[in-house]
Write a protein that binds this ligand. Structure first.
Ligand code: SDX
Length: 435
């Protein structure tokens, strides 16, 4: 990166000022390159939560939070959700462009023929209680995948990186469905090569050995769109975790397991599960009539109650994915004859009230991707505890694309932030009787 623009830092204590280069992206905010700041000034920058920090440069996903715009490799999410399927989106995120017909056939063939997991993987499940949270199972199993692929763990070998990406994209639906079947006490179903990616997942989730599973095309398309909407999202918490883990040279399976662990939190990918629980609670206490009381709790600083599925670090406008998710919600409920689903009606009323309330308006809090995704998934028959697993299934391609971009960068270094130390200065250990 070269630059003619600079930023000058001056100090009120008379320390010499320093200049830093400013770089421009193809779109979005400029960045001030402060990499030499500590060397030149003996001072660190301070940005807990990374509110103003670009941790890397990337060509994969771009978000304009003010406009509510999301681009995957330059294509607007609305167009991708309308015109592509999830595997095309995977090809786009991984390789930089949508596949032509031949590339689509080859990519699909490769993914389809890696959907089975090693038969020994089934043994891992026996060690979990049946009521284990499926995210606990998923973290464990994905990390354990590295034990099966000693032939492709050289992260500096592009072929090894590529086959690991294919294996992870291919095996996540199988592992997620296995986690669900285990909790339901039903037998695992093997993937089928004659079904599409999302139809295969729906069959492994809801099919049984006792009868043929007939995928419903509207529901399969809805699931495929849910996966597309969750596929990648710049340097969010879980993607940043995957990059940081990868910067140490850890294998891709371990890095994705770290990403899954981060996604689990209710402030991040766990929000869809928390959002549905929130809607269920309001419904149980009386539904729409109790919204005012709930909103009052959210606004009360002494309560830790948040309107789950609302707010976003980057979007200060409507999350474009939430709009598409609401449409998908409507389609699925219509297909299932659930147009009057009380939770959907409650969610839309809650959204309408919040968007008219000064507390949310002044803080630019809008629905995010998680606000409607729980209602759609519940209508598809996916249990609440599985929502974040489905999010992890979808985000695996984004994580591995970002990981691959970082590992391929010849200038990449191990991530090692510093700190502002506020603890005790040097002191001596006293004998126990003098402490
Ligand atoms: C995802 O980063 C990504 O891209 C994530 C994601 C992805 O695709 O990877 O988009 C997926 O994680 C979506 C977000 C899902 N999380 C939730 O829905 C949980 C509820 N949302 C909040 O926890 C919160 O909005 C965050 C975590 C999403 C963002 O938090 P920030 O950016 O740190 O903002 P903040 O907490 O500083 O909030 C600013 C103000 C605060 O009030 P004041 O201190 O100014 O009075 O807004 C308030 C917050 O209290 N606020 C909320 C709120 N979100 C923020 N108040 C009530 N309900 C909320 N949901």
């Amino acid at each position: 990166m070269s630059s003619k623009k600079t930023a000058t830092l001056t100090f009120s204590d008379g320390s010499p000022s320093v200049e830093f280069p400013i770089y421009e992206g193809s779109v979005g905010p400029d960045v001030v390159d402060i990499r030499k700041m500590y060397g030149q000034t003996g001072k660190f920058t301070f940005d807990p939560g990374f509110l103003s920090t670009a941790a890397c440069d990337s060509k994969i996903t771009y978000i304009d939070g003010d406009k509510g715009e999301l681009l995957y490799r330059g294509y607007p999410i609305e167009q991708i959700a309308q015109s592509c399927d999830f595997l095309e989106t995977c090809h786009l995120l991984l390789n930089g462009d949508l596949p032509n017909r031949a590339q689509q056939k080859d990519f699909t063939y490769r993914v389809v023929h890696h959907t089975m997991v090693h038969e020994q993987m089934t043994r891992f499940f026996q060690g979990f209680r049946r009521d284990a949270h499926p995210m606990a199972i998923l973290v464990g199993c994905v990390g354990a995948l590295s034990a099966f692929y000693h032939d492709s763990l050289d992260i500096n070998n592009p072929e090894h990186r590529h086959i690991s990406a294919i294996r992870l994209i291919a095996k996540m639906p199988t592992l997620v469905a296995m986690a669900y079947k285990y909790s339901a006490g039903q037998p695992f179903l093997y993937p089928r090569n004659d079904l599409s990616y999302s139809a295969n997942f729906m069959r492994m989730m809801f099919g049984t050995p006792c009868e043929e599973y007939e995928p419903n095309d509207v529901l399969v398309r809805a699931l495929d769109r849910i996966l597309i909407l969750h596929a990648d999202h710049e340097q969010n918490a879980s993607t940043s975790t995957v990059r940081l883990a990868g910067s140490s040279g850890a294998n891709p399976f371990a890095c994705i397991a770290a990403g899954i662990a981060t996604l689990w939190g209710p402030a991040h990918g766990g929000a869809n599960e928390a959002c549905l629980e929130m809607l269920d609670d309001i419904q149980a206490q009386g539904g729409v009539e109790r919204i005012g009381e709930f909103i009052a709790k959210v606004k009360d600083k002494n309560s830790s109650v948040k309107l789950m599925g609302f707010g976003h670090r980057v979007y200060k406008n409507y999350d474009p994915r939430a709009k598409l998710m609401r449409e998908t919600c409507y389609e699925v409920l219509g297909e299932l004859g659930l147009q009057n689903d009380p939770l959907f009606a409650l969610a839309m009323k809650l959204e309408q009230i919040a968007l008219e309330d000064e507390y949310f308006v002044s803080r630019k809090l809008y629905p995010n991707v998680d606000f409607y995704s729980g209602i759609v998934q519940k209508a598809l028959g996916i249990p609440t505890s599985m929502f974040t697993c489905v999010f992890a299934l979808a985000r695996t391609v984004g994580w591995i694309a970002q990981w691959n971009e970082m590992i391929s960068d010849p200038d990449q270094k191990i991530g090692r932030p510093r700190q502002l130390y506020m603890g005790p200065v040097r002191r001596d250990v006293m004998p126990v009787d003098q402490r």
